[in-house]
Design a protein around this ligand. Structure first.
Ligand SMILES: Cc1cc2nc3c(=O)[nH]c(=O)nc-3n(C[C@H](O)[C@H](O)[C@H](O)COP(=O)(O)OP(=O)(O)OC[C@H]3O[C@@H](n4cnc5c(N)ncnc54)[C@H](O)[C@@H]3O)c2cc1C
Length: 308
């Protein structure tokens, strides 16, 4: 019986693990990969105390920090499928068929890329449709590409493509970009990104590879098309909360509802932090803070009981 099972290997879970080790909890961290979503970022510039760190380095530092702790067991390359409530705690079951019994659970499973759900998206996945600009931008050297999404992820994808693509069209559904003003400035200053507002993507088409993107101009209602050989889809994320579905309360987006004072969920014994929760701000520093709050509260709970 563990004191704590930590699900995930992003900033929320890594922070929870480091603090759990300092409290000498008997804990296991289970993650399919290290680093979380910003692992694909070319450079993270707001991880406090660090001016700029490439995403893959960031992932390495989180893993190294957790591995340097005594008493935290680490399982990588496995995925949690289900958390079940038992009389005296929880059973956490993974894809590999292993069950972990624990008194408490921390869910730091973050979020995954949202799909557009339009015709051609699945068919051309890997044949011009891409979801990771840091990984795939060089493949689109001298090609015309479209980026769907005007939030931070879309703006960063456009910037990743600037040194490679021949032309970049960024399609935003509404009449305003949603990303940080500083990132918007970078995109505008690049001089290479054409922003198309009010664009509703309808279809991705082609032959063996992507050749065009069809969209509706939501202002005029007119159907339009772009001749492109690549489409980067950057339209946000969906919370990875499947494993606790039905066990704890989530909002209409599937985000776990937490008490932001201590990261507790609706079920005593389960905590959650970071992007999988209903916190409106999705950031590395915030996720790490959630993990810290949870570990400290879990320790109090295990030592002195249900003190909220
Ligand atoms: C392209 C991009 C750039 C970004 N840039 C920045 C930035 O510059 N600064 C910033 O502050 N924020 C940035 N963000 C946001 C930031 O990445 C997130 O807020 C942060 O990663 C959330 O951390 P988390 O630990 O909650 O979850 P995540 O980072 O999503 O980590 C979740 C972890 O859980 C694991 N996992 C998921 N499901 C399971 C499961 N079933 N079983 C086991 N493990 C599982 C995953 O492998 C991963 O390790 C960026 C996001 C994106 C997409």
């Amino acid at each position: 019986m563990y004191d704590l099972v930590i699900i995930g290997g992003g900033p929320a879970s890594a922070a929870c693990a480091v603090y759990a080790a300092r409290k000498k909890l008997k804990a296991v961290l289970i993650t399919d990969e290290w680093g979380g979503q910003s692992t694909v970022s070319a450079g993270i510039e707001n991880w406090i105390g660090t001016k700029n760190i490439p995403g893959f380095e960031f992932a390495k530092t989180l893993e190294e920090h957790v591995r340097a702790q005594n008493g935290i067991e680490i399982i990588t390359g496995d995925k949690v499928l289900k958390v079940d409530g038992k009389n005296n705690g929880f059973t956490v079951s993974t894809e590999s068929g292993t069950d972990y019994e624990s008194k408490t659970v921390f869910v730091g499973s973050g979020a995954s890329r949202r799909k557009l759900g339009v015709l051609g998206e699945k068919e051309y996945d890997g044949k011009g449709v891409a979801y990771c600009s840091t990984c795939d931008a060089p493949v689109f050297k001298d090609k015309a590409v479209a980026v769907v999404g005007g939030g931070n992820a879309g703006l960063e994808a456009a910037m990743d493509l600037v040194p490679y693509a021949k032309t970049i069209k960024l399609l935003e559904y509404s009449d305003k970009l949603k990303g940080d003003p500083a990132t918007q400035d970078k995109v505008r200053e690049s001089g290479k990104v054409e922003i198309i507002f009010n664009a509703e993507t309808l279809e991705i088409a082609g032959d063996k590879f992507v050749r065009e993107l069809k969209y509706k101009d939501r202002a005029s209602g007119e159907g339009k098309k772009l001749d492109v050989e690549g489409v980067f889809i950057e339209i946000g994320s969906i919370p990875n909360s499947e494993m606790v579905k039905g066990l704890i309360e989530t909002d209409k987006y599937g985000e776990i509802i937490v008490d932001h004072k201590n990261s507790r969920t609706s079920r005593l014994g389960i905590w959650a932090g970071g992007d999988v929760t209903d916190d409106p701000f999705k950031q590395n520093n915030i996720s790490a803070g959630d993990g810290v709050k949870a570990a400290l509260d879990i320790y109090n709970y295990l030592i002195i009981g249900d003190k909220r």
